[in-house]
Ligand binder design. Structure first.
Ligand code: ZN
Ligand code: CU
Length: 480
């Protein structure tokens, strides 16, 4: 590399995790105009800024493949939980829930779980294109891969959401889906476990997923059952993927409730077998507690339930549900009724399943964080450092290089992002610098909103986006 070539930023002596899962190598990395222009040892480019990165890991910025950040990306303060972990790209609109097109066409309030991400006032974008225009104008701090939600589409056209859609309703959903895909949606998400989508038939999803496949886009799914029926839910997902031809991503794969413990042996075997004939992937968050809206059945299956938000009783956020019920002198179901609309953290999974799914080589890491929760599940602030620190370095369940690949290179492949997720010449300069010996989750169930330790700096498209104590910059994120 000749000394007359110029770059904006040169990292020297970094321990480079390239995103492929390969063991890290000490290298220099040069960035110009938002791209990685050279990777090698002893680079001699003329650099506007040189950063000594000895002792630090340099990795592709993490891709949070499962988020509910549709609204959070509009402001730096609300996307800070992700930036501060090293995340440079978020996939929004998961679990059937998307901010656009607005589900408030024939009703004025977002039905649960649409209320997980926004209030009625924030559901203001009539089209997916209007949502993306507003996001671009706001200048997001991270890149965004936006999905459109099936439940949002259903809510736009169906009076009663508890049954199957009629032929006319499916036709109307297909028009809205086609428009959203055309205007920039990266795919469709479904949330079939939730009441407003549970009534949809397999055929309804096959029809919509076929349109997604025709557009060359992605279908992500919070499956119909993640409890004792998880095996049949995986079978349904594989059936839909096969009949539609859509690239498919199973969201936050897990086995909830004691009756489901151990079933990940079966589900992973099924998924592995199906992968031989179709593009099918899964993501996972690194915790044995889930979090979503208040649902009685989830309460029954849980060891412990913590209230994460409640509209009628905001003061109960962070409290143990059983304690609140005892204090009120009512049973738990009655307490849930009084707390709704609201959300909770459900301790309901087994470590064995979590570890099996997390260490399964193809699985991707996604946080499923809920940025609107008053008292959020710690996955919002700490999923990525928890995997790199606790699960990889401290417990050795996987290598840090494998962990990085599950957050970067493997994810970019599944999303079809050809120039992200790797440290390689020509790739976009989404980069995280972290201390591999120090990186760790700080946020936990008791202190859910704390930045992680060991993340030194985060660059999005070549611009410094996060460093502890650094001044705020304008967002350099793009809609991908
Ligand atoms: Zn979900
Ligand atoms: Cu989700």
């Amino acid at each position: 590399m000749s000394g007359d070539q110029e770059c904006d930023l040169l990292f020297t002596g970094a321990t480079v995790f390239d995103g492929t899962g390969a063991a890290p190598v000490m290298q220099d990395v040069a960035i110009a105009e938002g791209r990685i222009i050279a990777v090698g040892s002893g680079l001699t480019l003329t650099a506007a800024e040189t950063r000594d990165a000895r002792g630090l890991a340099l990795a592709p910025g993490f891709i949070d493949v499962h988020t509910h950040d549709d609204l959070a990306v509009f402001r730096r303060s609300t996307i800070l939980p992700k930036l501060s972990q090293g995340v440079t790209t978020v996939v929004t609109g998961n679990c059937g829930i998307s901010l656009a097109p607005s589900p408030l066409v024939i009703r004025d309030v977002p039905v649960p779980p649409l209320d997980l991400i926004a209030t009625a006032d924030d559901y203001r974008y009539a089209s997916f294109g209007a949502f993306l225009d507003a996001m671009r104008a706001a200048g997001p701090a991270v890149n965004v891969v936006p999905l459109v939600g099936h439940t949002a589409l259903r809510a736009r056209v169906m009076e009663a959401l508890d049954g199957p859609a009629s032929a006319d309703e499916i036709a109307a959903m297909r028009r809205d889906l086609a428009e959203a895909l055309d205007q920039g949606a990266a795919g469709l998400s479904t949330g079939l476990a939730y009441p407003p989508a549970k009534g949809s038939t397999t055929g309804e999803i096959v029809t919509l997923a076929t349109d997604v496949a025709a557009a060359g886009k992605l279908w992500t799914t919070h499956m119909r059952d993640e409890r004792s029926g998880v095996v049949s839910a995986v079978a349904e997902t594989i059936d839909i993927a096969r009949r539609s031809g859509a690239r498919t991503l199973i969201s936050h794969h897990k086995c909830c409730g004691q009756a489901a413990f151990g079933l990940s042996r079966t589900t992973l075997a099924m998924i592995e077998e199906a992968r031989a004939e179709m593009p099918l992937d899964i993501d996972v968050y690194p915790y044995t507690a889930s979090s979503t809206v208040l649902i009685e059945a989830y309460v029954r299956d849980s060891r412990k339930v913590t209230i994460s938000w409640s509209d009628p009783h905001p003061e109960m956020a962070g409290r143990d549900l059983a304690e609140v019920a005892a204090e009120w002198g009512v049973d738990v179901n009655e307490a849930v009724g009084r707390l709704k609309p609201g959300g909770a953290i459900y301790h309901q999974m087994d470590d064995g399943d979590l570890e099996r799914i997390l260490t399964w080589p193809p699985s991707l890491i996604g946080s499923d964080g809920l940025p609107r929760d008053k008292r959020p599940h710690p996955r919002l602030w700490a999923s990525f450092p928890l995997v790199l620190g606790h699960f990889a370095r401290d417990r050795g369940l996987l290598s840090q290089a494998q962990a990085v690949a599950k957050m970067t290179g493997q994810t970019a492949k599944v999303l079809g992002l050809a120039d992200r997720g790797r440290i390689a010449e020509g790739c976009a300069a989404d980069v995280v610098l972290f201390d591999p010996a120090e990186i760790r989750a700080v946020a936990d169930y008791d202190t859910p909103d704390a930045p992680s330790a060991g993340v030194t700096a985060v660059y999005v498209n070549g611009q410094l986006a996060y460093a502890p104590d650094a001044p705020d910059g304008a967002g350099a994120g793009q809609v991908l």
